[in-house]
Design a protein around this ligand. Structure first.
Ligand code: MN
Length: 243
């Protein structure tokens, strides 16, 4: 009976972390995340945010974790004080998502982080963040908070050969949209940078040994509808979740 149940499970079950609106007490998600996972062959489910102590059970239940975009991370989680530029903080998400990443790393469960998600992966695994790329002293920082349509690739990325992003883009360059005023300062131990913009901002990372723990600073959930390479990011993640 159990075997029959497993055989019917053709779509890997993907836990998607939601946004949380503190004012209206609502959890929610943009459709592009859920439909992107589904289009890529997965079965997406939105999680609650109250299960930070249940991460072991979550890893038993789900085949992978998608960390969605969202607000800034409490800087104290990467050993800094919160500067005025670190505006929106979601304690519920910080606690839950950090616990998820740490447990997934121990258990080898695939994790894909988008925008805030790449930053959560990095801080949970011991890396740092620029609280604001426009006031951290870096010169010549490009437009990373675009006002162009959300799907529009406002900047190019330079991609490292042999990476997950390289496989998705089938090349060493590509385009990506951009909605972030923060960025990774350096990759956490065990990770490598897989793409940057020409100003040196880190746009993606991946773990060098875990099966799949990777993040992108852009928003492929807003681009896959128009660009196959951004759907391929979801496909490679879902394929990794298939085991
Ligand atoms: Mn960017």
């Amino acid at each position: 009976m159990m075997q029959e149940k497993n055989m019917k499970k053709t779509r890997p079950l993907i836990a998607v972390t939601p946004w949380y609106d503190y004012e209206h007490e609502k959890t929610y998600i943009r459709r592009g995340y859920m439909e992107g996972i589904h289009k890529a062959g997965g079965f997406p489910l939105l999680t609650s945010l109250c299960n930070a102590s249940d991460t072991a059970q979550i890893m038993d239940t789900f085949d992978g974790v998608l960390l969605s975009g969202g607000p800034d991370i409490d800087a104290r989680l990467y050993s800094e004080e919160n500067m005025p530029q670190n505006e929106w903080i979601s304690p519920l998400r910080d606690t839950f998502e950090t616990a998820l990443v740490k447990e997934a790393a121990v258990r080898g469960v695939p994790v894909f982080g988008i925008c805030r998600g790449i930053q959560v992966i990095n801080t949970a695994m011991g890396g740092g963040i620029y609280q604001d790329i426009y006031s951290c002293g870096k010169k010549g920082v490009l437009m990373h908070v675009q006002k162009a349509p959300k799907w529009y690739p406002v900047h190019d990325i330079r991609i490292e050969p042999g990476s997950f992003v390289h496989t998705a883009f089938n090349g060493i360059s590509g385009g990506a949209n951009s909605f972030h005023h923060q960025a990774l300062r350096e990759p956490a131990p065990g990770f490598r940078v897989t793409s940057r913009t020409s100003d040196g901002i880190i746009e993606s990372i991946e773990h060098t040994e875990l099966k799949f723990m990777a993040g992108v600073q852009w928003h492929p959930e807003l681009m896959w509808q128009k660009f196959e390479e951004h759907l391929k990011l979801f496909r490679l993640f879902v394929d990794a979740c298939r085991g």
